[in-house]
Write a protein that binds this ligand. Structure first.
Ligand code: CP
Length: 337
């Protein structure tokens, strides 16, 4: 039985097959892959796109979505195994996964890190426990990576650029009032490198390097494709000749949970908002963001409202790629994969 926890577990050809199927679904192909089946959508964090696109996509495949708001509508959950549960948690993930598996045919989870201890949180403890104890496929709706967003982004890039191979993908850190999860940044370098792009990161300081697991994975994929992986702090060097500009803000991992000490490093990125002047240095780059996005903090209105902006197409593609992925997981469960 396969899960969709991270694109690292899936070969490029398998992901391309899902993207091709997503394109067909987007073009109007119908599917009853989830007919008579149910999917639990478990949210520990807020959502607009993920919640609505999964809910609608499951219904379009003939299935029944069961949306659980884990912050308000379910029991507080323990994720550490072997612990003495004398704190707030009433339910252990082991029972939650086993019981939901008796009701539904897939379980999708959104659980952001708590910004307490990156050493523990980088192991993605909740979703990996769900995957260990569930007897149905588990889908990642964003934890420390956001693989559904990766597929939606890659589909949008292929639709707009055709082949992405050897093109240059710039992941630029952008300002935000608060330190954010690194999930989408991790995912951006994973998917761009896996599909044969040159990957550049623009960061205010080396402190904003991502976890070594993702830096190494991206470096290895670039080596496999004969492309480049670079980290830059100079805006002009980063934007020069780029074909894609992907904007995201994240907190610097050396200051994880102690963000007051990050302030001087964050200040170095004060001029990093994506704007028309920076785009003029690129090779007519398209621009995207996973959304939600603070306008005129991360990306200027003139860019968001221009034809270069792909964020709405990327968001729409969440629906199509998730349907294609659920179809693939369902086929795998039914033994026809
Ligand atoms: N991009 C994304 O996952 O959006 P939501 O947080 O609204 O689900």
């Amino acid at each position: 039985m396969r899960h969709f926890l991270t694109t690292e577990d899936w070969h490029q050809d398998e992901l391309q097959h899902v993207l091709d199927r997503a394109r067909a679904l987007k073009a109007g192909a119908s599917s009853s892959a989830l007919s008579g089946k149910s999917v639990a959508l478990v949210f520990f964090n807020p959502s607009l796109r993920t919640r609505s696109s999964f809910d609608i996509g499951i219904a379009q495949l003939g299935g029944h979505p069961v949306v659980l708001d884990a912050r308000a509508g379910t029991w507080p959950m323990e994720m550490i195994e072997g612990t003495v549960m004398d704190g707030d948690a009433e339910e252990h993930v082991v029972e939650a996964a086993r019981v939901l598996s008796r009701y539904v045919d897939m379980i999708a989870i959104r659980c952001f890190p708590k910004f307490e201890d990156w050493t523990a949180e980088r192991e993605d403890p909740l979703i990996t426990a769900f995957a260990r104890h569930a007897s149905v496929p588990v889908i990642n709706m964003e934890t420390i990576v956001h693989p559904c967003q990766e597929l939606a982004l890659m589909l949008a890039l292929q639709e707009r650029l055709g082949s992405v191979e050897q093109k240059t993908f710039l992941l630029t850190w952008v300002p935000h009032p608060r330190p954010l999860n690194t999930a989408v940044a991790n995912s951006a370098v994973l998917i761009a490198s896996k599909f044969g792009m040159n990957v550049r990161m623009l960061v205010p300081d080396e402190a904003y390097r991502l976890d070594e697991r993702y830096m190494s994975a991206a470096e290895q994929e670039c080596a496999r494709h004969g492309t480049r992986f670079d980290v830059k702090t100079d805006i002009k060097a980063a934007y020069s000749g780029a074909h894609v500009v992907y904007a995201k803000s994240w907190g610097a991992l050396p200051f994880y949970g102690q963000w007051e000490n990050e302030a001087p490093y964050r200040a170095k990125g004060a001029g990093f908002m994506v704007d028309e002047a920076k785009l003029a240095m690129t090779d007519k780059a398209v621009v995207s963001h996973c959304l939600p996005m603070r306008r005129n903090v991360k990306i200027a209105d003139a860019v968001v409202d221009s034809p270069a902006f792909l964020g709405i197409e990327e968001a729409e593609n969440r629906l199509h790629v998730q349907k294609a992925m659920m179809e693939a997981l369902s086929r795998d469960m039914d033994g026809c994969g």
